[in-house]
Design a protein around this ligand. Sequence first.
Ligand code: PLP
Length: 417
Amino acid sequence: MSTVASQVEVPADVSLPIYMDNHATTPLDPRVLAAMMPYFTEKFGNAASRNHSFGWEAEQAVETAREQIARLIGATAKEIIFTSGATESNNLAIKGIAEMYRERGNHIITQVTEHKAILDTCKRLEKQGYRITYLPVKADGLIDLDDLARAIDEKTILVSIMAANNEIGVLQPIAEIGRLCHERGVLFHTDAVQAVGKVPIDVIADNIDVLSLSGHKIYGPKGVGALYVRRRNPRVQIAAQIDGGGHERGMRSGTLNVPGIVGLGKACEIAREEMASEAAFLTGLRDRLKEKLEANLDYIHVNGSMDHRLPGNLNVSFVYVEGESLLMGINDIAVSSGSACTSATLEPSYVLKALGLGDDVAHSSIRFGMGRFNTQAEVDYVADKVIDVVKHLRKLSPLYEMVLDGIDLSKIQWAAH
Ligand SMILES: *Cc1c(COP(=O)(O)O)cnc(C)c1O
């Protein structure tokens, strides 16, 4: 593979490497760290210790965090269950409901572009005799609500559809999904990890019964998350998957991660206060990046709906360029690509394939995940660099040459390999 000697100059106000992979994880906000610090040191109590002030102090901090999280999503504090992150929240939601409502039915509906924490959980339940429907998505990444309505039957106990996709940033119509579920008497869970704190979510208005969220996707710490479990209309019951001291209303035993929980609470408070201004800022950065790329490169393709999308997400295929080569050419920018990476296989992203993209287009994709700490100067540098490297790689691409010469690649008979 050839290395690309880029000519792009680094402006004085940009320091490398640039982090633009905020869907994988976000940096900890310094205000969150400051809130957490005392709970590592002098305020070290166990929130379950009822007999002394060390315990009371920790419990008070945990209850404040519960309030902060609840307020962000329109819930009440008692409806928040702390977990180790959204992978656990998703497991607890789906397995806990499947077990608790087994008498009522064994059918669960989800969709093909969910996170692995949902898909692999559903696969395990399939082995245990549950029936799972994986709804397809349209070319823009959204599910068809008619497909959902048709899939619900008398055995359906749960619908689990993510609020925002972690690769393409597409926002599903969760309020409509929630309304449909409630009309049909089916519980609605949403993996809202990418959406919480980025776009408004209200568990009452959106008819959400169970919701997963995670600290490290919203400028909080890693290893802490929460599950919202509705207490009224309807009261949702979840079978514990970890047994022990009966913490968290018996749904999730284990000593609480007090500093992590304090950080998650603070992260939610900041997100609630700054969501509107931050969304406007990130939409501006994202549209600027998109416009620069489109103005300077041909054969590029934005993956997923632009109308129903997270503010900070841009997922672009640079056709006739190999994603891995592009990543290598822009190795001073942290982004992720739709090829290989996440698995040992060379399969391109299952999310991009679900949109109907061919392997080549999926392989040439880059996910730009802009966040709170990115700047316009960084976006400008990223755009210039990507444009430079893509142009260079395409000069070396025989396919691109053929396309410019007017040859229709789909009509070519390639030798078998
Ligand atoms: C990151 C992510 C998860 C997993 O969350 P963890 O807290 O890292 O376990 C689940 N779903 C989505 C959509 C995610 O982006």
